[in-house]
Design a protein around this ligand. Structure first.
Ligand code: ADP
Ligand code: MG
Length: 347
């Protein structure tokens, strides 16, 4: 199955996506019902009637969250949200989740109940049932793995690999907020650790803190697209950063893209906080992860309809593959886009 057994290969030479591609190469789907396997936001299982849509995501203490500033209630909410976001990114509707937890006895029942308060809040908001999971102990930190299950009609499913030349590139909400929120939380934690008498100064930053601690999955945007009878030609949710996720769409669709700096949606709070941190807001919007917005492409003829959805910005268009994937800055200069988002194995 795997060649090259003699040598030892560092995982960091592959990175997260290289590793996934490596595994995917050894998979051949045997069941006719396995309509879509590895490679999209969720797998699609064709049981004849509605499609079943399945996605799983794991959050690991010290890698994805820091309990010093991540309240357990928010963490529960976020753990569900990031999974549901993948179901929406297939243009599907989530119905169930399972929740698996590895924890140590450092936690009290009351603490874990808090986590579940957040989980239930997200379930209620998205009309999803908690139907199972697994519980085990952990000697290192808290680990939460959630699987989300949804449905869609076959003709409604939207994949990453179906963007067409001249399609418009759209994004929901605004970008970079979750990343800059994390910078703020990490700065305040560092100050607190060095001098516990200094209370964290988080005032005036509610929006970016919420973007990091309590992101939303864009159920509302999927509903509005349906309302306007717009079916995206390709879609992904932005978990790793706009650059990285646009590259996923382009690579898998075998196309290029041009997006425009002046069109990128950046909230004023994100802009100001980035400036305060001496960071370029544009770089935060391109490479900051965890925004959980939807990045999708539509046919040009849907332009008038998309303009009526205020949560969506048109940021560029799809080109032939040989034009590459690039950002056109405010002065008109063209910059190739590289993936610099979150890569779990390069940390
Ligand atoms: P997302 O960011 O949308 O959750 P990922 O980048 O985590 O997507 O995963 C991309 C694809 O790779 C998905 O189809 C996912 O199910 C698959 N995948 C990720 N890790 C593994 C693994 N260890 N084994 C098999 N498939 C995996
Ligand atoms: Mg995704």
């Amino acid at each position: 199955m795997f060649e090259n057994k003699e040598n030892r290969t560092d995982l960091s030479t592959l990175g997260e996506f290289g590793f996934i591609e490596h595994i995917a190469k050894s998979v051949s789907l045997k069941n006719a019902s396995s309509l879509k396997g590895i490679g999209d936001d969720a797998a699609i299982i064709d049981n004849g009637n509605k499609m079943t849509v399945v996605s799983t995501d794991m959050l690991v203490e010290g890698v994805h969250f820091d309990l010093a500033f991540h309240p357990l209630k928010h963490l529960g909410y976020k753990a569900v949200t990031v999974n549901l976001s993948d179901i929406y990114a297939m243009n599907a509707t989530p119905h169930q989740i399972t929740v698996s937890i590895a924890m140590s006895n450092r936690f009290s029942l009351e603490a874990i109940e808090e986590l579940y308060v957040g989980i239930f809040m997200a379930c209620e908001r998205h009309e999803v049932d908690l139907v199972g999971g697994d519980t085990t102990s952990s000697t290192s930190g808290l680990i939460i793995s959630i699987t989300a299950i949804g449905t869609a009609d076959k003709e409604d499913v939207v994949y990453r690999n179906t963007a067409g030349v001249n399609d418009l590139v759209c994004v929901s909400g605004d970008l970079g907020g979750a990343y800059i929120g994390l910078q703020l939380l990490e700065r305040e934690k560092k100050i607190f650790v060095e001098n516990p008498k200094i209370q964290p100064d988080l005032e005036g930053n509610d929006y970016i803190l919420e973007r990091q601690l309590k992101p939303e999955a864009r159920k509302d945007v999927i509903a509005k697209l349906k309302e306007q009878k717009i079916k995206p030609t390709a879609m992904i949710d932005i978990s790793d950063g706009l650059s990285s996720d646009l590259l996923h769409i382009c690579k898998q669709s075998d196309v290029g893209s041009a997006i425009y700096e002046e069109k990128l949606p950046i909230d004023v709070e994100t802009f100001n906080a980035a400036t305060e941190f001496n960071l370029d807001p544009l770089i935060c919007a391109l490479n900051g992860g965890e925004d959980y917005e939807l990045l999708f492409t539509i046919k040009q003829e849907d332009y008038e309809k998309i303009k009526s959805i205020k949560e969506v910005s048109v940021i560029g268009h799809i080109t032939e593959k040989n034009a590459g994937v690039s950002l056109v800055d405010k002065s008109g200069s063209i910059h190739p886009i590289k993936a610099q988002g979150w890569d779990a194995l390069l940390e």
